[in-house]
Design a protein around this ligand. Structure first.
Ligand SMILES: [Zn+2]
Length: 240
C-alpha cells in the first residue's frame, strides 16, 4: 500500500521515498506526493532523482492500493532511495481548477436553489468542464460567475476532513443540505472517508488536491456553456 502524501498535505512538492517495486518503465514507491489519475483530476507529472540517475515521471495511476509511476527510461532497482519532484506549476493550476470546480457546483445549486446533479466532470491545467443535469442559460453564466467571485474574495477556508466513521461523514454532508454531496458505495468502501469542506459553502466527498482557501483560486473565467441534450448543460471554465 502506497502512503498518499497529498491526501493530507497537497502542498508537498518534493519528497523522499523508497522503491518497493521496480517494473519495466515504472516504479512503485512506499510513499508519494504524485497525484494518480482519478476522480476527473489528471495525473501529475514530474521527475524522480536518485544517486546516479534521474527519470521523467510521465503518468501516475492507481493499481489497487498501490501507486504506479510510469517513467521514461530504465527504472531504478528495488530498495533505491529516490527524491520525487512534482511539476508544481501544472499541479497548482489543477488545484486551483479543482477548488474552482467545487465552487462552480455550489454556485449552480445556490442559483437554482436545489441540489442540481453533476453528471460528469474533467479537470485540465488549461481548461476544465463540468456537466449539470439542468438547463443553464447563457445569461445564468454571469450570475454564477458573480457568486463564485464573491466566495473567492471572501477567502473561505478549505478543509480536508477525514472520517473513520461513515455516520460522522454523513452528518457533515447532511448539515450542508443541498450543498452536501452524496456518499457512494465506492466512498464507503474506503477508510478514511475524505470530504472536502469549503467552510460555510459546501462539503463533498473527494480524493483530489485542493487549495487551503478559496482566495487562492484567484482569477478565473467561465468560458462558455453548451447544451449536451437530455437536459444536460456543460460549463467550460479555466483559471487565468
Ligand atoms: Zn473534487
Amino acid at each position: 500500500m502506497t502512503e498518499l502524501i497529498y491526501y493530507k498535505d497537497p502542498y508537498v512538492k518534493e519528497f523522499e521515498a523508497k522503491v518497493v517495486k521496480s517494473l519495466p518503465g515504472a516504479v512503485v514507491l512506499d510513499r508519494t506526493a504524485f497525484y494518480p489519475e482519478s476522480g476527473g483530476q489528471p495525473s501529475d507529472v514530474g521527475r524522480i532523482v536518485w544517486e546516479g540517475g534521474e527519470a521523467k515521471v510521465k503518468f501516475v495511476r492507481f493499481e489497487g492500493d498501490e501507486v504506479v509511476h510510469e517513467i521514461e527510461g530504465e527504472a531504478p532497482p528495488e530498495g533505491t532511495l529516490v527524491r520525487g519532484v512534482v511539476d508544481w506549476e501544472r499541479r497548482y493550476k489543477l488545484m486551483r481548477s479543482h477548488t474552482l470546480a467545487h465552487l462552480l457546483m455550489a454556485a449552480v445549486r445556490e442559483l437554482f436553489d436545489e441540489k442540481v446533479p453533476v453528471v460528469g466532470s474533467g479537470l485540465g491545467p488549461e481548461e476544465s468542464r463540468m456537466d449539470f443535469k439542468a438547463k443553464i442559460r447563457k445569461e445564468d453564466l454571469a450570475k454564477i460567475e458573480e457568486i463564485i467571485k464573491k466566495w473567492v474574495e471572501e477567502d473561505r477556508p478549505v478543509r480536508i476532513r477525514l472520517f473513520e466513521d461513515p455516520e460522522e461523514a454523513r452528518k457533515l454532508l447532511e448539515g450542508y443540505g443541498k450543498q452536501g454531496g452524496e456518499l457512494t458505495e465506492e466512498h464507503l468502501a474506503k477508510r478514511p472517508i475524505r470530504i472536502i469542506e469549503i467552510v460555510g459553502i459546501n462539503a463533498d466527498p473527494c480524493g483530489g488536491t485542493h487549495l487551503k482557501s478559496t482566495g487562492e483560486v484567484g482569477s478565473f473565467k467561465l468560458v462558455k456553456r453548451e447544451s449536451k441534450g437530455r437536459g444536460i448543460t456543460r460549463i467550460r471554465f479555466k483559471v487565468l
